[in-house]
Every structure is written in C-alpha cells, then in structure tokens.
Design a binder for this molecule. Structure first.
Ligand SMILES: Cc1cn([C@H]2C[C@H](O)[C@@H](COP(=O)(O)OP(=O)(O)OP(=O)(O)O)O2)c(=O)[nH]c1=O
Length: 196
C-alpha cells in the first residue's frame, strides 16, 4: 500500500484533504520559498510545491508525497503572505474592486514518478472601504495567507465572484489532485481506498 503524505504545515490543506476522505498523514516541509524574480506564477507555484514535496520525500521514499503552494497574482505581480499590518492593508486595498488570480501548484512524488500541475482561479473583490480593510486586518486573518485574505473565513465578505475551482483559492485543488492520484495508481476504486 502506498501511503500518502501531505508535505504541508497549512491547517487549510489538511482540512481540505480530510474533507474528501483520502487517507493521509501530514509532515510539514522545511523548504526554501524564495523564487527568482520574473518567474511566471504558474512555474513559481509548481517549483515551490516540488521543493516542499522533495523535502519530505527524502524522509519517506516509499510514500506518495504531496506538496502545494498558493500565490495571488495581480497585474503580473505575485503577492505572497503579508509581512505586517501595513503590507496586509496595502495588499487588500490593491485587490479592492478588481479581479485577481489565485494559482495553486501541486507536486506529487512517488518512487516511480514526479508529477506537477497547477490550477488558476479568478476572484473578483467588491470595492472595499478603508474601515472594512482596517477591521479585517484586526482579525489577524491576513498574515498566514497569500494575498492577505482567506476566502474560507471572514475574507468571504469581500468576494463578489469566483471563476474556477474554489478549492484552488483555499490552497488545494481537490478534484484535479484526486484525478492525478487516480492516474498514478495511488488511489484505486472508492474514495478512501489507497492502492494495495
Ligand atoms: C488566497 C487564500 C490563501 N490561503 C492560504 C493557503 C495557504 O495556506 C497560504 C499560502 O501559503 P503557502 O506558502 O502556499 O502555504 P503555507 O505556508 O500556508 O503551508 P505549506 O507551505 O506548509 O504547505 O494561503 C487561504 O487559506 N485562503 C485564501 O483565500
């Protein structure tokens, strides 16, 4: 049986994968998350996902290891996690009243194969007031999230429309991940039956 390991410290990714009844364990990845300037967002998220998966695969060479990375992209600019309150406020102000893209890259490493893919979802924000932005920063939500907001929590109040897979925004494109795991033979049959 190939065990599945999620190489992530993100509570959201853990919750998402639990939600779809895929059996797995978690091992947080310690990977360098710097990326060369000018890297395309789709390449950046795949490269970072691969680094996370590789860091954990080194400890579990018989497992299928999944790494993921999420960024918000506005006008070609990659927004990661805000470093402080003023950066968070600036990020959310720049997203206000506009459409941005959220990219999540995923890497799956097994003893036989390495697969990388990404999904992109466009999110439109309502025009926000300074008061709304300041109140949101106060919640503390922005700091561990790409683009400084969480669509799955109070950040939902800012969202006018979502075009694409919602779960890509939260940090793990569940249905495409499931399809890749099936194609790799890691999941067979029903949802909760890993390959023997
Ligand atoms: C846009 C958005 C991002 N996010 C989160 C998903 C990711 O956890 C985070 C982006 O940072 P990542 O570096 O992709 O992930 P992470 O550091 O949280 O976890 P790890 O690297 O260990 O897997 O932003 C939300 O939770 N909701 C949202 O709406």
């Amino acid at each position: 049986m190939t065990s599945i390991i999620l190489a992530s410290s993100s509570p959201r990714r853990k919750e998402l994968l639990s939600q779809v009844l895929i059996p797995f364990t978690v091992h947080a990845a310690d990977a360098d998350e710097t990326i060369s300037p000018g890297t395309e967002p789709s390449d950046a998220v795949e490269q970072l996902a691969l680094r996370k998966a590789e860091a954990v695969f080194a400890h579990y060479p018989d497992a299928a290891v999944i790494g993921a990375d999420t960024v918000v992209v506005q006008d070609g600019r990659i927004l990661g996690k805000p470093a402080d309150a003023s950066e968070a406020a600036a990020m959310i102000a720049s997203l206000s009243g506009t459409v941005h893209s959220v990219y999540t890259g995923v890497a799956i490493i097994t003893a036989n194969e390495t697969v990388m893919f990404h999904e992109k979802t466009d999110v439109e924000f309502w025009k926000l007031t300074g008061e709304e932005i300041a109140a949101y920063i106060q919640t503390g939500e922005p700091f561990d999230k790409a683009g400084g907001y969480g669509i799955q929590s109070a950040g939902a109040l800012f969202v006018k429309a979502v075009h694409g897979d919602y779960f890509t925004v939260v940090g793990l494109p569940l249905s495409s991940l499931y399809r890749h795991l099936k194609r790799l033979g890691i999941l067979t049959g029903g949802l909760s039956s890993p390959a023997k």
